[in-house]
Design a protein around this ligand. Structure first.
Ligand code: ADP
Ligand code: MG
Length: 602
């Protein structure tokens, strides 16, 4: 092989070019400039930071960040724009003990390389009147002068990407960029409640936080004081980790993770692993496609956190990630289950789209009275389901003991059933003078679910059917079912092939009772086959949920008052009596005050 005659010469790039290349990583968009400048202000010990954004009709034209932090001397101010110049670390060892947001010494150099920057700064302790003003364009210092300046630093960035047209062309719309800036500022405000932030857009104040020691004040400032009522406090302390913050009651959830804001050592970060751990702490308190609102602040031994993963430092690497995420999940779980989570009638428990399951067919409304006798003209409720209802209830009662209600230690108050409505809702009063509407099916489903999942895996009792049932699924369903046979067997369903695509069901979990209604089996199998397997839920969990749902007293089954009371008594013994395994609420509370308000009595 011959070398090309004019083989390209290797040369070392000039600093301006190097900085423009580096800027591709650190300064992706106007929001990155805001982030880097605000982080510098925080590192400078500012008590108050103001961010002013100027826009034209379709783009962001300038960003100014001013702080009352430590400021810089003339020498430091000039050095600050040199690549890899930093006051925050000195040696390689310092990389393992990062206590500042910055440490790479890249931001100012790269921002200056792709914009026009004006810096005005004065050291806090100098007592001098004059400060320093430096103007830089495309990385070259244009002018350094003395100037009148308050203590602290103000950096104005204009004409971003003026010398990198390709990057400029890829900027998103003005509003998209503003949304990014807003997100970043929110995260920073939450991780630093002790600093006052002011965000202005074209001279108008968009967002303000005050200095506070209570992060709840900052949350209220950013997201409105209504949100605060739906939050519970989380706290946990381990030798290498402390967790503190607020998470939403299940009555407040979202379709996305956008309001899960987490900081690690006061650095606002994004971590799928941590978000998953928070979500996992809710378990069946939320429907599977909903996410909580969470504002958590983690303090970790700095040796366990590597922030030097990406130039923007938004991602981090954690050592002992499993221990950390387990601790987060447990802290969330403990916080939730130590609170009264019964949603009040005032706040709809869930957004309407999640409330459309299980609407029963038209049912005659049945009135139930204390003596269980219907008023004249209303037929006695001899629903065909009564016998099997009793069996179903008994099935779950076997393992819940029978102490009187007031002896049970419960997350719920004592509850006395006063009636039922339409075979769907149980009406009850609490010993704290509240009215409860309880979803009978959801409540029984929760009871079954906790009983099935509470059984040790190898002791899931199976019972043989007196006459085996034959299932004839479609070929596609049969294929899915075949894959699920081992998982089903572990849960107590014994199925065998019965020629072609047919199956013979020989045994079912004991919890399903004597299985007079073999239709349940069809329903369970078709739920299993048709429900999309999701990564976050194991087959075992899916089977348990489906068995609970199909084995529970159906909506529309009119129960006697005594049966309703038995459901409620069992529910009071549950670890989580507040939601069904799908995350729907089991009950809604009306306080006396709320009812009075509805009737305008106050
Ligand atoms: P880093 O933050 O990684 O150190 P930067 O390029 O962002 O790197 O900043 C370089 C240096 O300039 C900082 O280490 C700090 O000493 C100084 N500096 C930057 N911004 C400020 C500010 N707002 N107040 C005081 N000093 C600052
Ligand atoms: Mg910095």
């Amino acid at each position: 092989m011959t070398m090309p005659e004019d083989s390209p010469r290797i040369r070392i790039l000039d600093p301006a070019t190097i900085n423009q290349i580096a800027a591709g990583e650190v300064v992706e968009r106007p929001a990155s400039v805001v982030k880097e400048l605000v982080e510098n202000a925080i590192d400078a010990g500012a008590a108050s930071v103001s961010i002013e954004i100027t826009t034209s009709k379709d783009s962001i034209t300038a960003v100014r960040v001013s702080d009352d932090g430590c400021g810089m001397s003339l020498q430091d101010a000039e050095l600050a724009f040199v690549p890899h110049a930093t006051s925050k670390i000195a040696t390689i060892d310092d990389l393992h003990h990062i206590h500042t947001l910055g440490f790479r010494g890249e931001a100012l150099a790269t921002i200056a390389a792709v914009s026009r920057v004006t810096l005005v700064t004065k050291p806090r302790s100098s007592g001098a009147v004059a400060g320093t003003r430096i103007q830089i364009a495309g990385g070259t210092i244009q002018e350094t002068t003395g100037t009148g300046s308050p203590d602290g630093t103000s950096i104005l960035v204009e004409d971003l990407f003026f010398n990198t047209p390709a990057r400029k062309k890829f900027q998103k719309s003005r509003n998209t960029e503003l949304a990014h800036i807003h997100d970043i500022i929110e995260g920073i405000c939450l991780s630093h409640p002790d600093i006052a932030f002011h965000l202005f857009l074209n001279g108008t104040e968009l967002l303000v936080t005050d200095r506070t020691t209570r992060s709840l004040d900052t949350i209220a400032r950013l997201f409105g004081s209504d949100v605060v009522h739906d939050l519970v406090f989380v706290e946990a302390s381990l030798p290498f980790l402390t967790i503190s913050g607020y998470i939403s009651r299940p009555s407040l959830s979202r379709k996305d993770r956008a309001r899960m804001l987490v900081s690690v050592n006061q650095r606002y970060i994004t971590s799928a692993g941590i978000n998953d751990a928070i979500r996992a702490g809710y378990g069946t308190l939320l429907p599977k496609d909903r996410f909580p609102v969470a504002f958590l602040s983690l303090t970790l031994d700095t040796t366990l956190v590597d922030v030097n993963v990406h130039p923007t430092k938004k991602q981090i690497r954690l050592s002992h990630e499993k221990e950390i995420t387990d601790a987060i999940r447990e802290a969330v779980q403990d916080a939730l289950l130590s609170h009264d989570l019964i949603p009040s009638a005032e706040s709809p428990a869930l957004p309407p789209e999640t409330l459309i399951r299980d609407i029963p067919p038209d049912n005659p409304v049945t009135y139930a009275f204390a003596d269980n006798r219907p008023p004249a003209g209303v037929s006695e409720c001899t629903h065909a389901g009564t016998v099997s209802t009793d069996q179903r209830l008994r099935q779950t009662e076997l393992s819940t003991g029978s102490e009187p209600a007031y002896l049970v230690s419960s997350l719920l108050p004592e509850i006395e059933v006063i009636g039922e409505f339409g075979g769907i809702y149980i009406l009850a009063r609490t010993n704290t003078d509240e009215l409860l509407l309880i979803d009978q099916h959801a409540a029984h489903e929760r009871i079954l679910y906790e009983q099935v999942s509470g059984q040790p895996r190898d002791k899931r009792l199976s019972q043989e059917l007196i006459s085996p049932v034959v299932l004839h699924p479609t070929p596609k369903d049969a294929a899915v079912l075949r894959d699920l046979l081992p998982a089903l067997a572990e849960e107590g369903f014994i199925l065998e092939g019965f020629g072609g695509d047919s199956f013979l069901v020989r045994a079912v979990p004991v919890i399903l009772g004597r299985m007079e209604e073999t239709a349940i089996l069809d329903e369970i199998i078709s739920d299993l086959v048709n429900e999309e397997a999701s990564q976050s839920v194991t087959n075992r969990e899916r089977i348990t949920r489906i068995v609970a749902c199909r084995g529970a007293v159906k909506a529309g089954t009119v129960c006697t008052r005594e049966q309703c009371q038995r459901i409620v008594d069992q529910l009071r013994r549950m670890g989580n009596p507040f939601t069904c395994p799908h995350g729907r609420p089991t009950m809604i509370r009306f306080t006396r005050k709320e009812l009075d308000a509805m009737f305008r009595r106050i």
